[in-house]
Design a protein around this ligand. Structure first.
Ligand SMILES: Cc1cc2nc3c(=O)[nH]c(=O)nc-3n(C[C@H](O)[C@H](O)[C@H](O)COP(=O)(O)O)c2cc1C
Length: 189
């Protein structure tokens, strides 16, 4: 890029940088304690390893889900599609301390196979996870999760996931392009 091109840019507020880097699909994290399940919406997550799949995520310590996850060390990452967008935002604007979100949003809990937290039936994929590292929880609210069981709806060939761009703006997954890469996961060899 030449200098002239760069000059056309303006500075960008540091407080808004996250909006440029918002990563994968918005997900709904379920947790459970003493038979009571909860749901929270989460967009700050990142893949950390292919296999076993390891996922890092930031969960604010103000959220009810934070204390349940910290105590139980188990959760499910549920991946919704655009059809559930309003529900996804609703679950991100209510606290499980006061509301049973499964009831309030008409979602269906399904027993997981490995963890106590339930799957959300309406989501097209569900990842049962265990917390494997809490070293960064105190400083960054960052949980390292290992996916121990994964479920997917085989009928959903082109799931249109939603991707948060901050401040209530979402991008809906659309066209895909296929460009073979030299970087092959160990799992995909
Ligand atoms: C689109 C969206 C994305 C969100 N992403 C996160 C996130 O990455 N981390 C987080 O701690 N909270 C996130 N939130 C906020 C929580 O979902 C919200 O605080 C929720 O009410 C927590 O529920 P709980 O108190 O029942 O755990 C997000 C909310 C929305 C609407």
């Amino acid at each position: 890029m030449n200098a002239k091109c760069q000059m056309k840019k303006t500075t960008f507020p540091l407080s808004q940088v996250y909006r440029l880097l918002e990563p994968g699909p918005v997900v709904m994290v379920t947790t459970a304690r003493a038979g009571r399940a909860n749901i929270m919406t989460l967009s700050w997550h990142t893949m950390m390893e292919f296999e076993p799949p390891i996922v890092g995520c930031v969960i604010s310590n103000r959220n009810y889900s934070f204390e349940i996850l910290k105590a139980t060390r188990e959760c499910v990452i549920n991946i919704p599609t655009v059809e559930l967008a309003e529900t996804v935002v609703g679950c991100g604007n209510a606290s499980g301390r006061r509301v049973d979100k499964f009831k309030a949003f008409g979602l269906t809990p399904v027993a997981a196979s490995v963890v106590e937290a339930p799957l959300i039936a309406e989501c097209y994929a569900n990842l049962e996870c265990r917390v494997i590292d809490r070293k960064l929880v105190t400083q960054y609210n960052f949980f390292v999760l290992e996916v121990v069981k994964a479920w997917i709806d085989p009928a959903r060939k082109h799931p249109r996931t939603i991707h948060h761009q901050g401040e209530g703006v979402f991008m809906v997954a659309g066209r895909t392009i296929n460009l073979p890469s030299r970087i092959i996961s160990r799992a995909g060899k």
